[in-house]
Unconditional design. Sequence first.
Length: 79
Amino acid sequence: MSAPTTTSSLLTQAFIAEKYGLRLNTQQLAEVMGITRPAVLNQISANTFPIKTYKDAGQRWADYRDVAAHFDQCRLLAA
């Protein structure tokens, strides 16, 4: 069972969904994380990328909710 969604998480989700859509490809993940696409692909390959991804039709994607959760978690750890 996952933790309840907080208001800030809903705001983060809305922002990411508005800007990138309901799922982000590796180029979009690189942009939002502030790293290069090859770095994203290397981290995914090494199982060290902090956001859960999946393959669909030969492309790798991340759900916008997982991206939002990652940024909310970073914010909590920084506080």
